[in-house]
Write a protein that binds this ligand. Structure first.
Ligand code: TRP
Length: 352
């Protein structure tokens, strides 16, 4: 029964996502997009094709865009904030290098927006312990962390609802694994509106239809697997990583993700960047072997990333500018959060 309910929810969410996608180009002014990242390391090609590219497209289509750097979420499942400032600044650099325009998009951090965090108190009163405990993503993250479940990890979907609702975000680009959080956010908005007064929209998760770029070994691209090409890596680092990726000794290159995960991951990587299918690239390489394939992929990745990396290097040399972008984003987000918090106080009769 639970399974059936879950898939019904998925279908309903997919349907809403499709409807919104069709409407985006016609009525961009109706939409506020909120999305974000944890500042735990550098962004890589998986992030670029999975979400960064579409964020830039949404921004350029005239949709209001907001990006949260979720610094408080870093301590949901780890007990240190080492390198956090450096990670935050590098996220901003990655965003700008990829085409996020700070004039259009507000970039900000959790820890700088007290009014956003204060929404957590009324919102926590709208969810039950069992709803929190059955969130599958929270369970998976707890198991992966190897740590006991902290109160912050248990309640971070509610914190994420604060991120989305403080700016009345109504679209959130997400992968499938984040859908339970969107459902929880919709529930919080609905319960608040019913209990007090209509303040919040019920946001829709925009399911990304981009191909998931595999890591160099065919598994999901992730820094922790050592199979990720980060946007800021040098050309030499990129070449080295691709060179040591695991392929096989069969000289004829073919696309077969099941039997040849390494070779196929390389083909997919190149195909995303050169307008050719995996099969076309494989046919071009023919029986020249993995060495030739790796040389081709290295060349393709490095030339695709060249303009992003060049812009990245320029930005790295101008840290005061990066700090300014963040300060301005935090200032704008604070204004929005305070306005919303005042509406919440009013709805709850807490104006004294
Ligand atoms: N939890 C997201 C991640 O781990 C980051 C995030 C924080 C987020 N707040 C958000 C994403 C709100 C979407 C909406 O990547």
């Amino acid at each position: 029964m639970a399974k059936i309910n879950e898939s019904n929810t998925f279908l309903a969410q997919k349907k809403m996502s499709d409807e919104v996608k069709a409407d985006l180009a016609i009525h961009p002014e109706k939409y506020t997009m909120l999305t974000g990242d944890r500042p735990t390391g550098r962004l890589h090609l998986g992030h670029f094709f999975g979400t960064l590219k579409s964020r830039v497209e949404l921004q350029d289509a005239g949709i209001r865009t907001r990006i949260i750097i979720a610094d408080y979420q870093v301590i949901t499942d780890r007990d240190t904030t080492d390198n956090i400032a450096d990670n935050v600044l590098n996220l901003v650099i990655d965003y700008l290098a990829c085409g996020i325009d700070p004039e259009k998009t507000i970039i900000f951090t959790h820890s700088s927006i007290p009014a956003l965090n204060q929404l957590m108190l009324p919102f926590l009163s709208l969810v039950t312990e069992s709803e929190l405990l059955r969130n599958p993503t929270v369970k998976a993250e707890k198991d992966a962390s190897g740590h006991p479940l902290t109160g912050l990890l248990l309640t971070y979907p509610v914190h994420q609802a604060c991120d989305i609702l403080f700016c009345k975000g109504n679209i959130v680009p997400v992968g499938k694994d984040q859908l339970p959080h969107i459902e929880q956010t919709r529930q919080i908005a609905r319960r608040f509106n019913e209990r007090y007064a209509h303040v919040f929209p019920e946001p829709v998760g925009l399911l990304t239809d981009s191909v998931e770029i595999p890591g160099l070994d065919g598994r999901k691209m992730s820094k922790s697997y050592g199979n990720a090409i980060s946007l800021g890596a040098t050309e030499e680092e990129t070449a080295k990583l691709i060179k040591k990726s695991k392929t096989d000794s069969e000289r004829l290159i073919t696309y077969d993700p099941e039997a040849r995960p390494g070779v196929s991951a390389l083909l997919t990587t190149a195909s995303l960047m050169c307008d050719k299918t995996e099969e076309e690239i494989a046919a071009e390489i023919g029986d020249a072997g993995s060495g030739a394939l790796k040389a081709f992929v290295t060349e393709t990745v490095n030339s695709y990333l060249a303009p992003i990396r060049e812009r990245r290097r320029e930005l790295e040399r101008d840290l005061p500018y990066i700090h300014d972008v963040l300060a301005e984003g935090n200032r704008r987000a604070t204004d929005i959060a305070e306005t919303t918090l005042n509406e919440v106080r009013e709805a709850m009769g807490m104006i004294y």
